[in-house]
Design a protein around this ligand. Structure first.
Ligand code: G6P
Length: 366
């Protein structure tokens, strides 16, 4: 009811603004990297595995894709990420030393549960879930678990569940790295410090809301949008496009920016807003030339640029600056800006933000 919403117009908006707190809650009490955070048997299991298979649906699948970049880069363990509804029905090659990780807000998604059982039937018994509901089928079915502390999420379009999953998956990354002898004490201390600072960094991104509202008013008049990201932010571009589709009904697609020239560039006209995630990372120069390709064709760029990127507004290029560059944890910040863009675009279009047509919060049937 209205009392619960407080100053917010919708649950989705309230849940977006809860993120600093619930990301903090999810990492609360983590004073050091310890496998036991994932369960009593975690150390033994993590020692035994030499690859990771992530199974999930929807937004949870995109947190899994982000984790692949993290785990391969920090822990040096190969990761595959599969859409649960595909994995359960395809022939795959099982490998017993696999850590099977399911990611689920509800812990009840039928396809994810079935994919987990399928993996187990193929002889993969090392199972871990990252789940937001402690008393759920997923937690019961998995040997190991990390419970995210997003609290109840009401909005059908997932927001705080996603960022808390990312926080938990980053913790998993560091834990696997440590067990694998890839994490020095110094690195551990640096990452822990960054994780503790996340709530403050997230709040600073949420403070960009007024600038994002101005963009949303322009987006509300469009019927299509492209989202570009590279590397670790490609899954964030996918999630940004999904959010916009789900609640504003604007057709949106995400591409890794280097792939533009292999197709989507054909769609770029003055009518096509192109949202670009521009963190100050090793791919920045490449990204700038991808942006140039869009501008040369009259496309309108809407760029979320980290403070130190030197990308400034110009003809056909709109820039909102994110206050800090956050290294590996940057996806958690950039996605919050994209959630606000989707929310305010939907609001401007007058859709039912918390209950988009044809969608359900939790899909417990196939
Ligand atoms: C539904 C929801 C999505 C969610 C997906 C997976 O489609 O609308 O927000 O990402 O299910 O749900 P899960 O509970 O397994 O994360």
């Amino acid at each position: 009811g209205a009392a619960e919403l407080g100053p917010y117009r919708h649950y989705m908006q309230k849940e977006i603004f809860e993120q600093p707190r619930v990301v903090g809650d999810t990492l609360e009490g983590v004073t050091g990297i310890m496998p036991e955070l994932f369960g009593d048997e975690a150390f033994r299991v993590f020692k035994e595995i030499d690859r990771v298979l992530i199974l999930a649906c929807g937004t949870s699948y995109y947190s899994g894709l982000t984790a692949k970049y993290w785990i391969e880069s920090v822990a040096k363990i190969p990761v595959s990420v599969e859409i649960a509804s595909e994995y359960r029905y395809r022939d795959s090659v099982p490998h017993p030393q696999t850590l099977v990780v399911t990611i689920s807000q509800s812990g009840e998604t039928a396809d994810t549960l079935a994919a987990l059982k399928h993996a187990r039937s193929l002889g993969m018994t090392h199972t871990l879930t990252i789940c937001n509901v402690a008393h759920s089928a997923m937690v019961r079915e998995c040997k190991l678990a990390y419970i995210t502390r997003a609290g109840v999420e009401v909005g059908v379009a997932s927001t705080k569940a996603f960022t808390t999953q990312l926080a938990a998956l980053f913790l998993l990354t560091l834990t696997l790295a440590q067990v694998n002898g890839r994490l020095s004490e110094e690195e551990e201390a640096t990452y822990l410090k960054q994780m503790r600072h996340l709530p403050v960094a997230l709040s600073a991104v949420l403070a960009l809301e007024p600038q994002i509202i101005a963009w949303a008013e322009e987006f509300a008049r469009k019927e299509n949008a492209l989202f570009l990201g590279r590397g670790i932010h490609y899954p964030i571009a996918l999630e940004g496009a999904l959010k916009l589709k789900e609640i504003s009904y604007i057709h949106a697609e995400a591409y890794p920016a280097g792939e533009l020239k292999h197709g989507p560039l054909a769609l770029v006209t003055e009518e096509m807003p192109v949202v670009t995630i521009a963190p100050n990372d090793a791919l920045l120069e490449k990204l700038k030339s991808n942006m140039q390709e869009v501008r040369a064709r009259g496309g309108q760029l809407y760029c979320f640029a980290d403070v130190d990127t030197q990308i400034t507004s110009a003809e056909g290029l709109h820039v909102i600056r994110l206050p800090e560059h956050y290294g590996l944890l940057s996806p958690i910040l950039h996605v919050a800006a994209l959630q606000l863009l989707a929310y305010h675009t939907a609001l401007a279009r007058g859709t039912d933000v918390d209950k988009p047509r044809n969608l359900a919060k939790s899909v417990t049937v196939e």
